[in-house]
Design a protein around this ligand. Structure first.
Ligand SMILES: Cc1ncc(COP(=O)(O)O)c(C=O)c1O
Length: 460
């Protein structure tokens, strides 16, 4: 058996929209990668590719993982990777023992709670979560995953505003289900899927490196929103990531304050999707805290379940608690006691270990180390980020800013070979998202691996 790569698919590498979310799994570099994998793993990858539906970005897979701990995932051949991707679930590291012990106890007591009943774990967690958020944000719904929470938020926005049109960013991802892609903007997920009714209206996201208005001021990006809000009274929600996870785009405070004011002025609900970036990632518990604004609805997930339990939450303003006659979620695993225990323990661990502050200080260290690489390697066009979320944008030429797509893939696979895992987004942005439990020494180790790969790519 074994996985036989399909050479004809390589043409899709020219399809740039496929590269927005992550590196593709049928590129020439991926085929080369399979040559350095051991026979047993190739056998397993083949079995996986034979039984799972193939889809972009996931199956066929990169490697077979056997275990994980802290910042590492380990494959079946015993090779360890520092995981700087982790699908954003690993803020407190993998297999965190503080959480595991609490979950074991919950397993022995109440692992599941049927809908129509509640449980103390869920109540306690809901109270804990809302205690961390600004006062008005105190109505919670849980769901088994981030995409489902996005769906609930969109439904709630319709109930609250009586309007059903949504604005989002171009190339935005808010989950892969039909309702989530109908709100988002990423071509990768929309191909073959339309039409959507209504089509979401997409505005350009603030971009500090390729500012379409020139200069560094990103406030002008809000103009497009204002025009839309003014001309279309049917718009009920603006959904956006506060800080874009995939390419680590960090808007200015002026931008977000203006957007917040516009949403209020035009009765448009501001739904912030912090599914990948909440819980300390950006150096604050929630990313919106950097901006002195409050969302109307916040969507949370991923690391919420501590990298163990699939768990997500929507938190909305108390005044929106007006949908008692419809089902917004109705999920089988809604008030999950296991999810609630994992989430409570995750937050306790973050607090006990001061991981939010740690993300700030380690983020400064990582940012400086990456900027040092930028002075050494002209291929690095931009280094940007906040807390422990960083993007390193590779270009062929710093003046034209032409994307160095092949080089980005080459760097990624060279790093994988040397035990550092991350993903590439937008085709040329190395996205670095390490667990918050990482040490400075481990960060330096990762930077050294990256430097070696950049050196190789620069000499090609
Ligand atoms: C910004 C954003 N929103 C929503 C989701 C969907 O979350 P989930 O895959 O847990 O459903 C993701 C997942 O990657 C995401 O990055």
């Amino acid at each position: 058996m074994g996985y036989v790569p399909c050479a004809t698919k390589l043409r899709y590498m020219t399809d740039e929209h496929l590269l927005t979310e992550g590196d593709v799994n049928f590129s020439a570099h991926r085929q080369e990668w399979y040559k350095v994998i051991d026979g047993n793993t190739i056998q397993l990858l083949g079995e996986d590719a034979d039984v799972f539906m193939h889809q972009s970005l996931s199956t066929p897979c990169l490697d077979v993982i056997a275990s994980c701990e802290g910042i590492y995932i380990t494959d079946t051949a015993g090779k360890r990777y520092m995981d700087f991707h982790g699908n954003n679930v690993h803020q407190i590291g993998y297999r965190n023992q503080y959480v595991v012990e609490k979950l074991k106890a919950q397993m022995d007591l109440l692992p599941f709670c049927p809908r129509r009943y509640t449980n103390t774990a869920a109540i306690q967690f809901a109270k804990k979560l809302t205690s961390l958020l600004p006062g008005p944000l105190n109505r919670v719904l849980f769901a088994p995953g981030g995409t489902s929470v996005i769906g609930m938020a969109l439904k709630l926005a319709r109930v609250v505003t009586g309007k059903y049109k949504v604005v989002s960013y171009k190339d935005s991802f808010h989950g892969a289900s039909l309702d989530a892609i109908a709100a988002g903007g990423e071509g990768q997920f929309k191909k073959y899927m339309g039409p959507f009714n209504p089509e979401p209206q997409n505005v350009a996201p603030p971009d500090s490196y390729r500012n379409i208005f020139g200069g560094t001021n990103d406030e002008k990006y809000a103009d497009e929103l204002e025009v839309l809000f003014k001309t279309d009274p049917g718009i009920g929600a603006f959904i956006a990531e506060t800080i874009r996870n995939t390419d680590a785009q960090v808007p200015t405070k002026a931008y977000w304050q203006r957007v917040r004011a516009l949403c209020t002025q035009y009765n448009v609900l501001l739904i912030l999707d912090e599914i990948p970036i909440a819980f300390g990632r950006t150096g604050k518990m929630f990313a919106f805290e950097h901006y002195g604004i409050e969302p109307d609805i916040i969507c949370l997930g991923k690391g919420l379940g501590a990298g163990i339990i699939p768990f997500a939450a929507m938190v909305a303003k108390n005044e929106y608690n007006i949908a008692a006659d419809v089902s917004l979620g109705h999920y089988t695993h809604e008030k999950s006691p296991m999810g609630s225990v994992a989430a409570t323990a995750m937050l306790e661990y973050i607090e006990q270990e001061n991981l939010v502050e740690k993300a700030q200080t380690l983020g400064q260290f990582l940012g400086q180390a990456l900027r040092n690489l930028q002075t050494r390697y002209p291929i690095i066009g931009d280094v940007r980020g906040i807390g422990l979320l960083w993007g390193v944008e590779l270009v062929k030429d710093r003046t034209t800013k032409e994307k160095a797509i092949a080089a980005a893939e080459q760097v990624m696979y060279a790093c994988l070979k040397n035990g550092l895992s991350f993903k590439v987004s937008q085709g040329n942005v190395l996205q670095l998202c390490p667990p918050l439990v990482i040490t400075e020494q481990q960060l330096q180790e990762a930077v050294d691996i990256l430097a070696e790969a950049l050196e190789e790519a620069s000499n090609k």
